[in-house]
Ligand binder design. Structure first.
Ligand code: GAL
Length: 662
């Protein structure tokens, strides 16, 4: 478990580099990520390469006992390249090219850009193939950032036609799969297919879903190009990529086979402002939301594999609406929280506040005058506290399905339907109880999980139904949330009522649904208590299942809302509505008890427990201290039984034995 930093030596005079690198080593950092965005510095003119500066920087990193992580520089091609080949640019839906002058504007399907990528990636990787100070590579930077997964250029149109032809074989099959009789949308042949440009009314949902899948596959292929070239130069290097938080348009799991591990970029005080509905609290503006950060750690971790935080917020940042200073200690808290969720390394972004360019209002570990900022002190305090650990061993899987995200995004059926927030109702309830959760795709192997939570498997086919049936038949406990099984994988409603192919397993069908704005009273009874729900009500019609909850308000009153089906030693709980926090807590606690998963009592809001390798982390994301009650013989490795504001404790105890001392 270790720390590192992202460094741009090319932004500073070379005389300064020795001091910078020495200060990194003094803070206990072990990895230095470099060369991202540096194509124009490496190749100022076509075919004229200048590697001296990077050679020197890597050498300094090695001299100070650290390792370099290099990045392929493809997110920012030089001006000369774009002037020579304007066709490398992406286009907006209305055909407007995305221009040079920023970043991430090149097309994943452009044959020219793929050639150029191959050329520069081969050059930089071959250059450092035998360099002992280079540990591995990050391919490109944040694929899809700035809404760029989906492109509408001519190269993409041609590639989309090929993709469809490969998928459907003949155009009648495509017309049938999409249901193109609706509004006379049949295609006469594949040549007639174009990209979904601007239209007066909404697009055909099946066409959009396939276009989103195609755009995703284009990134997968583009990433594979990098990974293959990096490994061809040196197959001992690791290859990773820095994904983003709550990122909707790229299926991170689909790139996993080409990467050794996944990484992501964590900016807690930004995400609470621009990723979720509602206003953040002042504590969240200082330290972020532990479950929002935790969810992303758990997505990118994957079952029993590590992940890296390739960019960790170092202080105030430039891009959210507001830039409050993080609370004292927050940069240390975030690193420990990442480790508790399975991170092997946390790299702060960036070393020093930059004097030029778009990110002048973004902190670094050091200020622009070179003096230490809060982040440097936090990093230096954290480094000696980290120790080696086994991977996280999670008893529960939560199924996260990007295609269901895309399809519900295409037809949300309510302005308040928000895939991530609905998923968070369940995730937060699990995390409040200190349960470690593997957030995995529906295709994941579910053997070994005591319980599986599937908030919204909106698109469900027979294969998925078969796998979930096997899981439950072998004694697993499954929870199916609202809108599960409404559609088939082509984005058509199933002819049988939801949950479609999962109905026999669940022992229930959804007889009717409604989406409700906030002015309706939305209450539901469950296990003798009354709870709130929001936005979505599926009215259940159980056959084999037993009704465990009923709506208590509005048109739905008395209709079943929660049903439970025992299947041998296993069970399926179906929830028709989007549960409020308390109902989600009750449902999750019952699921965990049925599955025999030990769990803690919730601590105050914003205080979280996480267990890894025999230790429990108590992370306090609030401005109030919390006192702990732990077994008398439990020893603390970090902190003690009072966890201050934005502070952390690590105690050798089981998660269910760590309580609040009231
Ligand atoms: C990330 C990006 C970095 C930098 C950072 C600023 O999204 O990868 O290059 O822009 O944001 O917070």
């Amino acid at each position: 478990m270790t720390l590192g930093v992202c460094y741009f030596p090319e932004h500073w005079p070379s005389e300064r580099w020795e001091t910078d690198v020495a200060q990194m080593a003094d803070a206990g950092l072990e990895y230095v990520r470099m060369a991202e965005f540096s194509w124009a510095r490496i190749e100022p003119e076509r075919g004229e390469f200048d590697f001296d500066w990077l050679d020197e920087a890597i050498e300094l990193v090695g001299d100070h006992g650290m390792q370099a992580v290099l990045c392929t520089p493809t997110a920012t091609p030089p001006k000369w390249l774009v002037d020579e080949h304007p066709d490398v640019r992406q286009a907006d839906a209305d055909g407007t090219p995305r221009e040079w002058g920023s970043r991430r504007f090149t097309c994943f399907n452009s044959p020219t850009y793929r050639e150029e990528t191959e050329r520069i990636v081969r050059k930089v990787t071959e250059r450092y193939a035998d360099n002992p100070h280079v540990a591995g590579w990050q391919a490109d930077n944040e694929y899809g950032c700035h809404r760029t997964v989906r492109c509408y250029c001519d190269d993409c149109a041609a590639a989309f036609r090929e993709w469809l032809e490969a998928k459907y074989g003949d155009v009648d099959a495509l017309n049938e799969a999409w249901g193109n009789t609706f509004w006379s949308q049949q295609y006469p042949d594949f040549e007639a297919v174009d990209l979904p440009g601007p239209t007066p009314a909404e697009h055909h949902p099946s066409r959009l879903l396939d276009y989103y899948r195609f755009a995703n596959d284009s990134v997968v292929e583009y990433n594979r190009l990098h990974a293959d070239l990096i490994r061809a130069a040196n197959d001992e290097w690791f290859v990773t990529h820095n994904f983003m938080g709550d990122f909707p348009t790229l299926d991170a799991y689909s790139l996993a086979d080409d990467l050794d591990f996944l990484g992501w970029d964590s900016y807690p005080t930004g995400f609470v402002q621009d990723r979720q509905p509602g206003d953040p609290t002042t504590d969240e503006l200082r330290a972020g939301d532990p479950d929002e950060i935790g969810l992303n750690h758990d997505i990118y971790r994957g079952p029993a594999t590590p992940f890296w935080v390739l960019e960790q917020q170092p202080g105030d940042v430039n891009w959210p609406p507001h830039a409050p200073q993080p609370g004292d200690g927050a940069m240390r808290l975030w690193a420990h929280h990442a480790v508790a969720h399975g991170a092997d390394a946390v790299l702060y972004f960036r070393w020093r506040r930059c004097r030029q360019g778009q990110e002048q209002y973004h902190a670094g570990l050091r200020k622009q005058d070179g003096s230490p900022d809060k982040g440097y002190r936090d990093a230096a305090a954290t480094a000696p506290e980290l120790f080696d650990l086994d991977p996280v061993d999670a008893p529960v899987a939560l199924l996260h399905d990007y295609e269901s995200l895309w399809a519900t995004d295409i037809q949300p059926h309510s302005p308040d339907w928000h895939y991530w927030s609905h998923l968070r109702a369940y995730y937060d309830a699990l995390r409040e109880r200190g349960v470690q959760v593997d957030v995995v795709p529906p295709s994941a192997d579910l053997d070994g999980y005591a319980a599986v939570v599937a908030p919204t498997l909106y698109l469900a086919g027979e294969a998925l139904a078969g796998r979930l049936t096997d899981y439950v038949a072998s004694g697993g406990h499954l929870l199916l949330g609202a809108r599960t099984g409404e559609k088939d994988p082509y984005n058509q409603l199933h002819e049988t009522l939801a949950p479609g192919p999962l109905a026999d397993l669940a022992g229930v069908r959804v007889s009717r649904h409604e989406s409700l704005p906030a002015q309706f009273d939305t209450r539901v009874g469950y296990d003798g208590e009354t709870y709130d729900y929001q936005t979505w009500a599926g009215w259940l019609d159980p056959d084999a299942a037993e009704t465990r909850g009923r709506y208590r308000s509005g048109e739905a009153a008395e209709e079943p809302a929660v049903a439970h089906n025992r299947v041998g030693e296993g069970s399926v709980t179906t929830v028709g509505c989007w549960p409020g926090e308390d109902l989600a807590g009750a449902l999750v606690a019952d699921l965990l008890d049925a599955a025999g998963v030990d769990h803690a009592d919730p601590l105050p809001d914003g205080v979280r427990l996480a267990h890894r390798d025999g230790y429990t982390w108590v992370t306090n994301f609030t401005s109030e201290p919390v006192s702990l009650d732990v077994p008398g013989d439990a020893s603390f490795l970090v902190g003690g039984d009072t966890v201050d504001a934005f502070d952390v404790a690590v105690v050798e105890a089981a998660v269910e034995d760590v309580r609040e001392d009231i």
